[in-house]
Design a protein around this ligand. Sequence first.
Ligand code: FAD
Length: 415
Amino acid sequence: MLVHSFDVVVIGAGAAGLFCAAQAGQRGLKVLLVDHSEKVAEKIRISGGGRCNFTNRDATPAQFLGENPHFCRSALSRYTPQDFIELLQRHNIPFHEKHKGQLFCDRSAEDIINMLLAECDAGQVTRWQPCGIKSIKHASSPDGASANSYQIESNRGSIEVPQVVIATGGLSIPKIGATDFGYRIAKQFGLRLVEPRAALVPLTFDGEGWAPYAQLAGLALPVLIETSPVDASPKQRKKAVVFAEDLLFTHRGLSGPAVLQISSFWREGQPIRINLAPGVDLPALLLRAKATSKKLIANELATLVPSRLADAWVSTDPALQKPISEATDKALLGLAARLSDWQLTPNGSEGYRKAEVTVGGVDTRDLSSQTMESRQPGLYFIGEVVDVTGWLGGYNFQWAWASAHACAQALTPAF
Ligand SMILES: Cc1cc2nc3c(=O)[nH]c(=O)nc-3n(C[C@H](O)[C@H](O)[C@H](O)COP(=O)(O)OP(=O)(O)OC[C@H]3O[C@@H](n4cnc5c(N)ncnc54)[C@H](O)[C@@H]3O)c2cc1C
């Protein structure tokens, strides 16, 4: 049977795989890029609402989670957002900044995919897709011992190769090709895994408890949001991550950038805390209204927070369905406290079906932060399959580019 030979096989033609293959090819390596899907980079295509938030101008290691938060430092410092911006400029791709350093394509995410494919062509990368991978094993040398290369069985034949890069991403959105392939290969070669879980994902709440808020579906408002363990000490709470972003009510729970951000930090059973009126001195304003107004509490509240929220909130408490002048100070202060520190415990998330990323993955203790090579010589992991996850806002693509670049610089020609 024909055995194909390359310097490196990159498995997974998403953001990280395409970029790594292109860079290695342009360094003169003979590269094969394989994907089981017919189309490459489906996640880039649907990202950023079709416009791909391809990086964040202000990306630093502080916006990444993982068991070892320092792991991402080296790769991020050696391939920066500015490097990727310059690549776009060389390809004449127009882009704009939307919010908090987030950069989006002016036209469509297709621009990024075409750029990556052009970069692969410039590196004479061979692409096989769709092409399934049946197995990866250490190749054996003529004397039967394990050789320093890998034997890959694919739908298009056998490949013997000294270096394999796994760039098969995380588990989110299985319907566009996500699989646990990378985790299985890591386990097969004795590497450790950090339990994967869905992240950047809407959170859901118990049906009955959520009923009063379900009528708010579609309402968006700016909030402060945080999550910390139930028994968190004041010191732990001080260190809790807080995001100032928009919250979106849905029929089943909460979404919007605020909740997507906090979902990456949230653990089952943990409450989230939301300030629904950041920057508004609710106690003072409600007490002042009590002294000067005869309007219903809901109507006064509607001057301070969105009126749909005011109505829904007041409707849950008969003691608040009266003119504000008749309310007790205690009731008004209680109302202010609940709105500025709404504590609620999600019963779960929308899961991988809706998650933008997967937290966890290949344990970074088993990878080199300089090269992304694993403890198995010649076996590399890049992109989302690694236990490095960015916040919402272009950080995950920046990790894909940076980890791919670090790996591509380390790959060597076979001869
Ligand atoms: C809806 C959505 C919107 C997003 N928007 C943004 C955004 O705007 N900005 C941002 O920074 N991040 C965004 N993300 C996250 C970002 O898309 C990912 O973090 C990034 O694509 C990860 O790159 P990757 O190359 O590691 O994996 P992927 O891009 O997921 O690529 C993995 C590739 O491996 C292939 N593959 C999987 N299993 C196999 C197998 N068994 N055999 C062969 N091939 C396989 C897949 O087909 C795929 O092509 C978004 C994600 C989603 C789901």
